[in-house]
Design a binder for this molecule. Sequence first.
Ligand SMILES: NC(=O)c1ccc[n+]([C@@H]2O[C@H](COP(=O)([O-])OP(=O)(O)OC[C@H]3O[C@@H](n4cnc5c(N)ncnc54)[C@H](OP(=O)(O)O)[C@@H]3O)[C@@H](O)[C@H]2O)c1
Length: 248
Amino acid sequence: MKLVVAGGTGAVGTHVVDVARGRGHDVVVLSRRTGTDVRSGQGLADAIAGADVVVDVLSTQTLSADVSTEFFTTTTRALLDAEKRIGVPHHVALSIVGIDRAPYGYYVGKLAQERLVETGAVPWTILRATQFHEFAGQTYERATLGPLHLAIRMRTQPIAAREVAERLVELAEQPPAGRARDLGGPREENLADMMRAYARAKGSRAWIPAISLPGDGGRRQRDGSLLPGPDAQLGTQTFDEWLAAQRL
Ligand SMILES: NC(=O)c1ccc[n+]([C@@H]2O[C@H](COP(=O)([O-])OP(=O)(O)OC[C@H]3O[C@@H](n4cnc5c(N)ncnc54)[C@H](OP(=O)(O)O)[C@@H]3O)[C@@H](O)[C@H]2O)c1
């Protein structure tokens, strides 16, 4: 099938592209690096013409609810409008476990994205996953104060982006399913410990202080709101196994 991956150069997107190609699909990548700015909508209909499914794994780096909402509503509307115009029969979006229990910051935009997909004209599937193992590295690079890296306290049950990608491609191959079963990792971790382990694996011996993010959003990160429920499907690779397999 022709499978379009919006955000196919990102942390999970690169795996979606790899898994889909491995399963014999004709894959088209949308990202600014590959010449398509989804936000503008320009050239989108041509890029996705003939697609059987669009998998949306776009993201932007922000903790701001307004910036996140603007990004996810603009890009989701652009994709859904183009898909509707040319008759793409399936839109798959990746979201995050527990965001309705923690409607703050970045998650506000993800909830707005979900709402647009659910009420849109294109048949859809939404998969909510927990934080990726890769999130430790993403957060390590972003949470800095001058030369200092900060470790963020957060209860999480992380999963390898590869396992999320495998599930996304499986869902993309099937008919639209609405909300799919949540997907989490095999065991609970603390993000601060993951970030420190990531830094050590990179060779850093620097002091990395742990901090708690302020406000209700920070509290929700620490109180278990973002952990998967008992009905969630669980991946198999632990964070330690994943880290041991990385060449950093
Ligand atoms: N990271 C996690 O732990 C995690 C956990 C659960 C769910 N999720 C969800 O998974 C999705 C992907 O996250 P990620 O961490 O893989 O993101 P990421 O690594 O930051 O990648 C973002 C992707 O979006 C593309 N992009 C950004 N702006 C664009 C634009 N205007 N036009 C076209 N492409 C654009 C980027 O490519 P260019 O820069 O080349 O444009 C890149 O391919 C997000 O929806 C996120 O909420 C993430």
